[in-house]
Write a protein that binds this ligand. Sequence first.
Ligand SMILES: [Zn+2]
Ligand SMILES: [Zn+2]
Length: 139
Amino acid sequence: MKCPKDGTSLARVDVGAIVIDKCHQCDGIWLDYGELKQLRSSGQQGIEEELEVRYGNPETNEGEVEGYMRCPACEDVGLISHHVSYYKPVKIDQCPSCHGMWLEDRELDALMEDKKEMEEELNSPGVIEFLRRLVRQLR
Ligand SMILES: [Zn+2]
Ligand SMILES: [Zn+2]
């Protein structure tokens, strides 16, 4: 799979027993359907910090991609950006087709630190509608 932001091939990295896809160029992370739930239930903290120790922290950030990003798994499907705010505002780019999600630098840690019970919603087929409702409520 390729990074939706810069086209770099995503590397398979293991986080405990879970294998996720990470871009070493921009520090983005791709989570397949259900992986956020697995990570959250594993109770691991500071995952991004640990990955930086192992793989380094890129100094350059390419910034926002023009137009919308495409799902690395589905290719022709555009990711939908949601600004969700629990304790911290976090932008999630999610695929409406496979429900995988793209997390930019620090977004995974922000989600992991969030103790609210959002994993069920994030991994349910109704996730897009749920997030839309949430965004509307926050306006
Ligand atoms: Zn990248
Ligand atoms: Zn997809």
